[in-house]
Design a protein around this ligand. Structure first.
Ligand code: C5P
Length: 232
């Protein structure tokens, strides 16, 4: 396991509280994720502030729009110098190809471009309500194949699907939210797994939000999780 497999979700409402949390973490131990709430509130300034603190940033804006619009958004994200960015695989092949073409690569000079498959907050019943028949695992497999075909670097999926992603597409990375410690509540997440089991299941990067940021001492919690992973 990479020593920086953990990506801490800085799900904070503004720049000041995100920077305050980031300062408690250590860029040698984790990467950080900026999502829709924080980016909408703080904009590129928060990315710059996190870069100044030495963090590599996953910009989790999950672009999903017509190909031309997504291409422009990906270019703008790449210009911010982020380490990873993402789009929804369900945007389809034209959109995924446009995203890849827009930022170039894959190469070490461009951000990792990742496709969201099925949100970890969705179970089979939620998926059926959107008109997708079959189980979430099958939809993840279908969208992972599409992401691979369009030259993306990896997928966001639940840790339950990471094993089959690794087996079928060894060149893709898997980014897995829905990580919960045995003692945590699942909150709004449905397809959850503990950090140890996620790594055993082949997850490349673990996205962890509330289990770290909601702890009384986030950095101590992060270190405990890191420690538990050294023996996996
Ligand atoms: O607090 P928690 O660990 O559930 O946070 C998970 C983070 O990962 C949130 O920021 C959420 O937006 C993000 N995420 C997710 N499922 C995806 C993609 C991203 O939960 N498929």
């Amino acid at each position: 396991m990479s020593s920086k497999a953990i990506i801490v979700a800085l799900d904070k409402p503004d720049l000041a509280s995100a920077v305050e949390l980031a300062k408690m973490l250590d860029p040698a131990l984790c990467r950080v994720k900026v999502g829709k709430e924080l980016f909408t509130s703080a904009g590129p300034a928060v990315i710059n502030a996190l870069h100044d603190l030495g963090f590599e940033v996953f910009l989790d804006l999950k672009f999903h729009d017509i190909p031309n619009t997504v291409a422009g958004a990906c270019k703008a994200a790449a210009r911010l110098g982020v380490w990873m960015l993402n789009v929804h695989a369900s945007g389809g092949p034209a959109m995924l190809n446009a995203a890849r073409d827009a930022i170039g690569g894959p190469s070490t000079d461009v951000p990792l471009l990742i496709a969201v498959t099925v949100l970890t907050s969705m179970d089979d019943a939620e998926l059926a309500a959107t008109g997708v028949s079959g189980v979430a695992a099958d939809q993840v497999a279908r969208l992972t194949g599409l992401a691979n075909q369009c030259g993306l670097d990896g997928v966001v999926c639940s840790a339950h699907e990471a094993l089959s992603v690794k087996a079928n597409y060894p060149g893709l990375v898997s980014v897995t939210p829905g990580i919960r410690l045995a003692s945590d509540s699942a909150d709004d997440q449905r397809r959850v797994m503990t950090p140890e089991r996620a790594v055993q299941n082949g997850s490349t990067y673990l996205v962890i939000g509330r289990s770290v940021t909601g702890a009384a001492d986030p950095v101590a919690q992060l270190k405990r999780i890191q420690q538990s992973l050294t023996t996996v």
